[in-house]
Ligand binder design. Structure first.
Ligand code: FPP
Length: 271
């Protein structure tokens, strides 16, 4: 059944004349999210608990990234978005920032062939202009190398902030209006969404945060408007396949309502 016919069935069964988004029936029945975003928190505390420097936690975090990518592929998740470095992380001690930059560089160089062999397309989101020329070059090369892969899109948020993303989209639109390429009445939600970093990917269905805090920390804001949020105490280096599956299970047990009532949602689920 295609998305349009299931939407029509749903409209009839729910006896509502209001036009519903074509993809709604698929979204409410979804057991495996298409797009998962993760705030990987807790590397520093993981290392400190072992009496080790924080960078040891970040290195152990890379192992958890590898595991999360493997699990996402196994489960058929289409997009995995990881928060590696926020616009606010520049405020950390200089030494930690430069060690993190070195780690990103090494990981990109070391892992790219394996990602490619597994059909993973790497996409860095964020303002990379603040990174060193060497790192920017490595990022562009890694993206180009994996550009045609279709198994999984791995978005790595680096120098990323959700507000920054909205502002850069708004700025591009404003420039188009100023240049007479579009009118201000065409500045709609979908026009803005089309200019965000992950414009061709579906909205975030599930957002996970490890490390025990209950915040979104300026991560994906617009595209996570209807995301299910799962907060876990697990520190990021300990996030393994079992923990990921636990988060997916929590997601599949949630009732996503998208503004409808519980009764309406039950009807859709039974179509
Ligand atoms: C948050 O833990 C983690 C980070 C700011 C860095 C995440 C980086 C990696 C996992 C390694 C590289 C990943 C990729 C995708 C190249 P924290 O330092 O805030 O931990 P804390 O809350 O315990 O201090």
């Amino acid at each position: 059944m295609d998305a349009t016919s299931s939407s029509n069935d749903f409209t009839t069964k729910c006896q509502t004349s209001e036009r519903l988004p074509a993809q709604l029936p698929d979204l409410v029945k979804q057991a495996i999210p298409n797009h998962v975003a993760i705030i990987m928190d807790g590397n520093g505390r993981w290392a400190q608990a072992k009496g080790k420097p924080r960078i040891v936690g970040h290195r152990a975090g890379v192992k958890a990234v590898r595991s999360a990518v493997g699990t996402a592929r196994k489960l058929g998740i289409k997009s995995l978005t990881l928060f590696a470095f926020s616009s606010e992380n520049w405020r950390r001690p200089d030494q930690e920032v430069s060690l993190l930059m070195e780690l990103f560089f090494t990981v990109l160089r070391r892992e790219i062939k394996k990602l490619h062999a597994n059909g993973v397309r790497l996409n860095i989101i964020g303002d990379i202009s603040r990174f060193s020329e060497r790192l920017q070059k490595q990022i562009r090369a890694a993206e180009a190398y994996t550009a045609d892969n279709t198994q999984l899109i791995l978005n790595v948020a680096a120098n990323y902030g959700g507000r920054w993303d909205i502002v850069q989209a708004a700025r591009t639109l404003a420039e188009k209006v100023a240049a007479g390429e579009m009118s201000s009445s065409q500045l709609t939600e979908s026009a803005l969404a089309a200019h965000l970093c992950m414009q061709n990917q579906g909205e975030v269905d599930l957002m996970i945060r490890t490390g025990g805090d209950y915040r979104i920390s300026n991560f994906i804001l617009w595209q996570a408007a209807y995301a299910e949020l799962v907060f876990m105490d697990t520190l990021w280096p300990d996030f393994d396949e079992a923990t990921f599956c636990q988060a997916i299970e929590m997601f599949s047990n949630r009732q996503r309502r998208f503004g409808l009532t519980g009764n309406q949602i039950e009807k859709i689920r039974n179509i």
